[in-house]
Design a protein around this ligand. Structure first.
Ligand SMILES: [Cu+2]
Length: 325
């Protein structure tokens, strides 16, 4: 914040040392601002801390927000100072001092911005490689280090365990359904997962491109027909979470939302038992469980009807919608 030559006008005339004032105020405000962002706002940063992956994202956003705080405060302070003190005074017809660069300001500016950008690049790269991500975007083989398969490598993005709950997420116009291959392969419109249990979402689509976005779990994965896109999460608190479609996928895109549930392990196991039983009739009609399905050979009319997807599922206009063409 070396600003002597950028502060022609009242400061020099009034004898006030603008640069010293700005620097002092900036440092004080930055310390207060960084503490507020890191300690007060940080615990409430989106997407929250409902899963291991979400908490890691919230931490990253808190770090980036804290680094950005002195920059934002510097810009706003300089702007405010200029408006308040360097404006033209009434009756003052003189020109401001002509400026021809300022080595000190330029050097400080280039060094400061370079340091910030490089630090962010290093931090971003480390956090990308760090085994903390949800995956989701790499297809069936999420990035992992050393070419190790997920379960064999504790440093991969996959949870370092073979005890992973498999949940298939199927997007279709315009509903999400969820299939549980380890529990007889039943399919349901309810997404339920147990707490503190690594979950592998296998995300696919039966028609166009959708995007599975369980944002409070820190998970977002494209749902593409013919592709198995893998994402991981480990929920750490029980309760509801929101699921959205985040890829414009047709006229009822906006209705592709669900409320998922994180349950205790025993609650989850009881739920799978009940649901497997109530869905037994539908399960028989389903194609065998696979990581992808060929939409051209599927005839899910009966299945969708049994799942209650007769409205928006497959038809362009929901019969219940008052606006009919
Ligand atoms: Cu969609």
């Amino acid at each position: 914040m070396a600003t002597e030559a950028l502060t022609p006008g009242s400061g020099a005339r009034s004898g006030r040392n603008d640069a010293a004032w700005l620097l002092t105020i900036w440092i004080v405000l930055s310390i207060i601002g960084c503490l507020l962002v890191a300690l007060v706002w940080g615990p409430h940063m989106p997407p929250g801390r409902a899963s291991v992956q979400a908490a890691s994202q919230a931490t990253d956003i808190t770090v980036l927000g804290t680094i950005a705080t002195p920059v934002v405060i510097g810009v706003l302070l300089y702007f405010g100072w200029a408006l308040a003190f360097w404006r033209q005074q009434p009756g003052d017809e003189t020109d401001a001092a002509p400026l021809h660069g300022n080595v000190k300001v330029q050097t400080t500016w280039i060094a400061g911005t370079s340091a910030i950008v490089l630090a962010l690049a290093v931090y971003g790269t480390v956090e990308l490689i760090n085994p903390a991500g949800a995956g989701a975007g790499q297809g069936p083989q999420p990035v992992f280090r050393n070419g190790m398969p997920p379960a064999a490598s504790a440093t991969s993005w996959a949870p370092g365990t073979n005890n992973i709950l498999q949940v298939q997420v199927i997007g279709q116009q315009w509903a999400w359904t969820f299939r549980y291959p380890q529990f007889g392969g039943f399919e349901t419109t309810q997404l339920v997962i147990p707490v503190n249990q690594p979950v592998q979402f296998n995300v696919t689509s039966l028609d166009v491109i959708h995007s599975f976005w369980a944002y409070t779990l820190g998970v977002k994965a494209d749902a593409n027909p013919g592709v198995n896109n893998v994402a991981y999460t480990t929920a750490t608190v029980t309760g509801d979470f929101q699921v959205r479609c985040d890829e414009l996928c047709g006229i009822w895109h906006g209705s592709m939302y669900d409320t998922g549930q994180v349950m205790s392990v025993s609650g989850f196991l009881a739920w799978t038992k009940t649901t497997a039983a109530t869905m037994a009739g539908v399960t028989k009609m389903l194609p065998p469980y696979a990581l992808t399905y060929d939409p051209t050979t599927l005839n899910l009319g009966k299945v969708n009807a049994a799942l209650g997807l007769t409205g928006a599922g497959g038809g362009y206009y929901n019969p219940a919608d008052p606006e009919q063409p």
